[in-house]
Design a protein around this ligand. Structure first.
Ligand code: NAI
Ligand code: BGC
Length: 256
């Protein structure tokens, strides 16, 4: 029996990067997967095919998770696709690099609405379903080492991930009696399109690598492996915390 036999997982922002790796890993471990993105393009089509080739079902829901009405509809549509939803991975996220004094309200809203507000109301829709069906569930939020350590020039991003830290602590407590577990995964620097500029600029990359004891970027699959553990029954006593996958970055950074 596979880890996620008869389970359905929804992974937001899963056309590329960490979200795509999570979708593939959950499918490899037996889940049927609902993918999400703001548009369905070739990457989404390829993922559907790859998951189907593993013998699992895949469905793509177009939704902008920064919009409350969209995110609620996405969760309800996900439940309707195969009549159940067991695992919600809130992965979609954005960052904006800007000096604090130049950050616009538009940038702030985009970051906070995507990384915090959309997650808040997405979880709420999932919890309402779990309550109505009298069933448990698992929520995993893609946070960041920056829920804990500073990231100058990314103030809104840090605020959003810091907010996610407390949201998870609070919800884990409130939802434990409903048998719903909530945890955060906090990646360090992972080789995905979000880090395109970093990976293409040797000076920036070297600065980052100096702060990582393992001296390399992580792979999206490293993050997906942790997500799969937290989503599984192996983690049935695990809730309300953050798990770092960062090559040692967080505590090295604190030491400086
Ligand atoms: P990425 O930029 O490669 O992928 C993010 C995905 O989310 C993209 O497919 C994007 O289209 C989608 N997305 C963004 N806004 C959306 C919206 N409003 N609605 C639906 N989809 C949306 O980034 P990556 O690296 O895969 O990041 C995934 C998550 O991991 C993010 O929450 C990010 O903050 C977090 N993270 C990433 C790290 C890294 O070094 N790559 C480190 C720490 C955290
Ligand atoms: C950010 C990346 C950054 C990493 C390590 C992540 O949260 O999205 O841009 O490289 O943290 O600082």
């Amino acid at each position: 029996m596979t880890r996620f036999e008869n389970k359905v997982a929804l992974v937001t922002g899963s056309s590329q990067g960490i979200g795509a790796a999570c979708a593939l890993r959950l499918a490899a471990d037996g889940a049927d997967v609902i993918l999400n993105g703001r548009t369905l393009d070739e990457r989404g089509e390829d993922l559907i095919k790859e998951i189907n080739d593993m013998g699992r079902k895949a469905h793509f829901l177009v939704a902008d998770v920064s919009q409350t009405s969209n995110v609620v509809k996405m969760v309800n549509d996900a439940i309707a696709v195969w009549g159940q939803l067991d695992i919600l991975v809130n992965n979609a996220g954005v960052e904006k690099n800007n000096d604090f004094w130049n950050v616009t309200e538009e940038e702030y809203d985009l970051v906070m609405d995507t990384n915090l507000k959309g997650i808040f109301f997405g979880i709420q829709a999932f919890v309402k379903y779990c309550m109505a069906q009298k069933r448990g569930g698992v929520v995993i939020n893609m946070s960041s080492v920056h829920e804990e350590i500073i990231f100058p020039h990314f103030a809104a991003y840090c605020a959003s991930k810091g907010g996610l830290k407390m949201l998870t602590r609070n919800l884990a407590t409130e939802l434990a009696p409903l048998n719903i577990r909530v945890n955060n995964v906090a990646p360090g620097a992972i080789a995905t399109p979000i880090n395109k500029k970093l990976m293409e600029t040797p000076e920036l990359l070297n600065n980052v690598l100096e702060n990582i004891p393992m001296r390399k970027l992580g792979e999206p699959e490293d993050v997906a492996a942790l997500v799969a553990f937290l989503a599984s029954n192996d983690a049935k006593y695990v809730t309300g915390s953050t798990y770092f996958v960062d090559g040692g970055l967080t505590y090295h950074y604190e030491e400086q």
